[in-house]
Design a protein around this ligand. Structure first.
Ligand SMILES: Cc1ncc(COP(=O)(O)O)c(C=O)c1O
Length: 468
C-alpha cells in the first residue's frame, strides 16, 4: 500500500466512513444516560493508547487479506459494516447476555434475532440462543442428545467436522464415523447397516461440510429416523443460511425443504451471517429440552422473573455485543428468500459455479464434483496422486505469491475419477486445492481469480517437466 508523507494510506483498502456513523450513534446512546451525575469520561493516557494502537495496527498487518476478493481460501470474511458498528457501539456498555441484569436490551435483541433464524427454518416454537461458535453450539446440541439418549452412540459422516468426535469424548458419549459417498455426503446405505447393529442414539447430518460444502441428504435420513427412532441433529454451521437461496441444485434443495423436520440445528452467524467471530447459534425444535439446563444461581437472576438467557445456555458470561451486531444485521438485511441477504449468498454460489465451469475446461485440472454450495475442490492432473498433491501445494504457493490466497484440503481419492484421467493411485488421499468463495464480490472477481490461477499453474507446470 502507498503511504503519503503524513503516513496516511493513499489507496483505500478499508471502508472508513462508517466511523462517522459510529460517532453519531454513540452520541445517541449517550443521550440515554444523561441523567447520571457526570463522571470522568476522558480518554486515559491518550498518548499511550495511541502509541499502543499504532503498534497493534502494525502487528495486525501480518495477516492474509481476508476482507479482499483475492482472499478465496478458508471460511473467512469480514463482518458487514452494520454488524461491526453495532458490535462496537455495544462495547461502550459491554453488556453480558448471561442475565437480563447484565444485558437487558441485548438479551431481548438476542431472543428476537434467534427467533428470526429459527423462522428461517420454519420454526415458530423453538428453544435457542447464541454462543461462542459452531463448536459450542454443537456441544450443546449433542449434550441434550446425550441427556435424552444416555449410553448410546453418536454418528456423523467421515467428512463431518472433527469437532463432533472431540465433543462426544468431552461428553463421555461414544462416537463413530460413517463413510461418505463419492460426493462427500454421508453414505446412507452404510448408515443403515450400522443402525441395524443397534445402539445409535443420535445421527449428525452435516448441511455443508467444511472441506467441500457437501450436504447430507436429509430426506433419506428422515426416513431412517422414522424407522430407527434416533435423534437427528443438523450441523448447518456453514450451510444453514443457504436455505434462503434459489440457485441450489434440485437435489440439494430437497434437503433444505426438510431441514425443519430435524430435532436440533446449529448455524453460525460468524460464518455466512456476516458477524464478527464469537457468534454461533443452537436451536432445538422442542422447547421442553430447556429442562436439562435448569439450575439455581445464587448470584445472577434478580431483576426479572422473565427467562434469562443463562438459564437456557451452558456458557454463563457471553458478549451482548454479538447479539446487538446480529440484530442490527437482520434489521438491515432480513432473512427472507427474496431479500438482499439471500441475493448475496446466491452470488457466492454463482461465483463457485462460474469457477467450476472454468476448472472443467482446463485440461491441467481435474474437478471432484460440482459444488453444492460455494466451496470448490480440484487437483492438478498428474501421472500419480503423490505428484498431483505436490503440484497442488506448489500452485497454492505460486498463487499466494501473486496475491491470490487459496486453501488446501486432504481428501479421499475416491472423490475423483482417477481412471478417466489415467492417474495412478499411489496414495489413498490427495492434497487438493480448495476455494471458499463466500464473498458476493467473488462473482465479479472470478475472471481475475482465474487469470492468476492459470499463471500460477503455468509456472508450476514449467517446474515439473516430467509431467508432460
Ligand atoms: C460444519 C462445521 N461444523 C462445526 C464447525 C466448528 O465451528 P467453529 O469453528 O465456529 O467452532 C465448523 C467450522 O468450520 C464447520 O464447518
Amino acid at each position: 500500500m502507498k503511504i503519503d508523507r503524513l503516513g496516511n494510506s493513499e489507496i483505500h483498502v478499508f471502508e472508513k466512513d462508517s466511523l462517522r456513523v459510529l460517532r453519531e450513534a454513540l452520541d445517541k446512546l449517550e443521550a440515554g444516560f444523561v441523567s447520571l451525575p457526570p463522571s470522568d469520561a476522558s480518554l486515559p493516557d491518550e498518548e499511550g493508547v495511541a502509541r499502543v494502537l499504532l503498534e497493534v495496527a502494525e502487528r495486525l498487518q501480518d495477516n492474509y487479506p481476508y476482507f479482499h476478493p483475492l482472499y478465496a481460501g478458508q471460511m473467512l470474511k469480514p463482518p458487514h459494516p452494520v454488524a461491526r458498528l453495532a458490535y462496537a457501539l455495544a462495547i461502550w456498555l459491554n453488556p453480558n447476555n448471561h442475565a437480563l441484569d447484565g444485558g437487558r436490551a441485548s438479551s431481548h435483541m438476542e431472543k428476537e434475532a434467534v427467533a428470526e433464524i429459527a423462522r428461517m427454518f420454519g420454526w415458530e416454537a423453538h428453544l435457542g440462543h447464541l454462543c461462542g461458535g459452531g463448536t459450542m453450539a454443537n456441544l450443546e446440541a449433542l449434550w441434550v442428545s446425550g441427556q435424552l439418549h444416555p449410553h448410546t452412540t453418536i454418528v456423523a459422516s467421515e467428512q463431518a467436522h472433527y469437532t463432533h468426535k472431540r465433543i462426544s469424548a468431552v461428553l463421555g458419549l461414544a462416537f463413530e464415523s460413517v463413510p461418505c459417498d463419492r460426493l462427500g455426503r454421508m453414505d446412507v446405505a452404510a448408515l443403515k447397516r450400522r443402525l441395524d447393529q443397534g445402539g445409535i442414539g443420535t445421527v449428525v447430518a452435516t448441511i455443508g461440510t467444511t472441506a467441500t460444502g457437501s450436504v447430507d441428504h436429509l430426506p433419506e435420513l428422515l426416513d431412517l429416523r422414522d424407522r430407527y427412532g434416533f435423534r437427528l441433529h443438523a450441523d448447518a454451521a456453514y450451510g444453514g443460511y443457504f436455505t434462503l437461496i434459489d440457485n441450489l441444485s434440485a437435489e440439494t434443495r430437497r434437503t433444505y425443504e426438510r431441514i425443519g423436520e430435524v430435532d436440533s440445528i446449529v448455524v453460525d452467524p460468524h460464518k455466512h451471517g456476516l458477524q464478527p467471530y464469537g457468534c454461533g447459534c443452537v436451536l432445538f425444535h422442542d422447547p421442553a429440552v430447556g429442562r436439562f439446563y435448569k439450575h439455581d444461581s445464587p448470584y445472577t437472576y434478580f431483576t426479572s422473573t422473565e427467562l434469562h438467557l443463562g438459564e437456557i445456555s451452558l456458557e454463563c458470561s457471553r458478549p451482548g455485543a454479538s447479539a446487538v451486531g446480529l440484530w442490527a444485521t437482520h434489521r438491515l438485511l432480513p432473512l427472507v428468500r427474496d431479500g438482499e441477504f439471500a441475493g448475496m449468498l446466491q452470488d457466492t454460489r454463482a461465483a463457485a459455479l462460474a469457477l467450476y465451469q472454468r476448472l472443467q475446461t482446463e485440461p491441467r485440472f481435474m474437478t471432484a464434483f460440482p459444488p453444492e454450495l460455494d466451496i470448490l475442490v480440484w487437483a492438478p492432473r498428474a501421472p500419480r496422486v503423490s505428484v498431483a498433491s505436490e503440484m497442488a501445494r506448489s500452485i497454492f504457493a505460486e498463487a499466494a505469491r501473486r496475491n491470490l490466497h487459496l486453501a488446501l484440503a486432504e481428501l479421499p481419492v475416491d472423490f475423483f475419477d482417477l481412471s478417466s484421467v489415467g492417474m495412478e493411485r499411489d496414495r489413498d488421499t490427495i492434497t487438493c486445492l480448495r476455494s471458499v468463495l463466500m464473498k458476493p464480490e467473488h462473482l465479479e472477481w472470478v475472471d481475475r481469480i482465474w487469470e492468476i490461477l492459470v499463471k500460477a499453474t503455468d509456472t508450476v507446470w514449467q517446474q515439473h517437466p516430467t509431467h508432460d
